[in-house]
Design a protein around this ligand. Structure first.
Ligand SMILES: [Ca+2]
Ligand SMILES: [Ca+2]
Length: 278
């Protein structure tokens, strides 16, 4: 159990009070050692419990740096991170979706009135370089169809190092990286999210600067729709930053600029000589 940000440390009674009313926020983060991060989610394993208390950050086993939480919902019992083969289960929660018992996995959610869920990743810049403007590429996989409404998981991001719970923080929305499902169908049912019909490539770039030691937070949050809720997942993720060496961050003239400046100085010197002659 961690201390709340506003708790007084050193006063036993105050510590007890704060621990009793502050949800645990144990964010796990990936430390980037290069300008490229990839994740195929095939190491996901079921069994993590998400308590009914809203906003408790829970690391998702099998994927370092990835967390999940329960944003809202009417359920009175905890929900678990579970396997979901071919979208057979329509119960709300976070899931490792897959075709077969072993092997390939994707990270996804089914949001409903019982459990509205979010998942995300924290990436800490450990490269020693300044990282900028990441291009984010992934597959949106749909493992259950929805009825009535098209299913969407909203994407948001932030780089505020003071965020204690990025899964519930007021990050910046960027809809081009939302997970957007197919049109609703007349009945809900499990699908193969790896099939061409259920998989969609998504790509876009963010405009940001991530200094050494700073953390980038990415979050996808679900909601509850009218009718049966669909299941959306993310897979085959790659994030590619532009990297600036520390020396590159001071303005070093390009060779072309140096040549241009030399030509200008020579012309000025020649004109002064001609003026003196004339
Ligand atoms: Ca996968
Ligand atoms: Ca997949």
């Amino acid at each position: 159990m961690g201390f709340g940000k506003n708790c007084a440390i050193g006063l036993p009674l105050a510590v007890l009070f704060c621990n009793a009313f502050t949800p645990e926020t144990a964010i796990s983060a990936v430390t980037l050692t290069s300008a490229i991060y990839t994740e195929n989610f095939d190491g996901l394993s079921a069994g993590v419990t998400f308590p009914t208390t809203y906003g408790v950050v829970t690391p998702i086993t099998g994927n370092t740096g990835w967390d999940g939480t329960r944003l809202a919902g009417s359920a009175t019992v905890a929900t678990q991170f579970r396997d979901n083969q071919k979208g057979a289960s329509g119960n709300s929660g976070l899931y490792a979706f897959h075709e077969n018992v072993s092997g390939e996995r994707a990270l996804g959610a089914i949001g409903a009135v019982q459990n509205v869920m979010a998942f995300g990743v924290a990436l800490t810049n450990g490269t020693g370089q300044t990282l900028t403007n990441p291009t984010i590429v992934f597959d949106r996989e749909q493992w259950r169809t929805s009825t009535v409404a098209r299913k969407t998981m909203a994407f948001a991001y932030g780089t505020d190092a003071t965020v204690s719970n990025y899964l519930t923080a007021n990050l910046t929305a960027h809809s081009a990286l939302d997970l957007v499902g197919i049109n609703p169908t007349s009945s809900s049912g499990g699908q193969s999210g790896n099939s061409d019909a259920m998989r969609l490539g998504v790509q876009d770039s963010l405009t940001l600067t991530l200094l050494p030691g700073e953390t980038l937070f990415l979050r996808w949050s679900d909601s509850s729709n009218a009718g049966s809720n669909g299941a959306l997942a993310i897979d085959n993720l790659s994030i590619t930053f532009s990297a600036l060496e520390p020396d590159d961050q001071t303005s070093t003239p390009e060779p072309g600029f140096v040549s241009f400046a030399l030509v200008g100085l020579l012309a000025l010197s020649r004109r002064r000589r001609m003026n003196r002659v004339g």
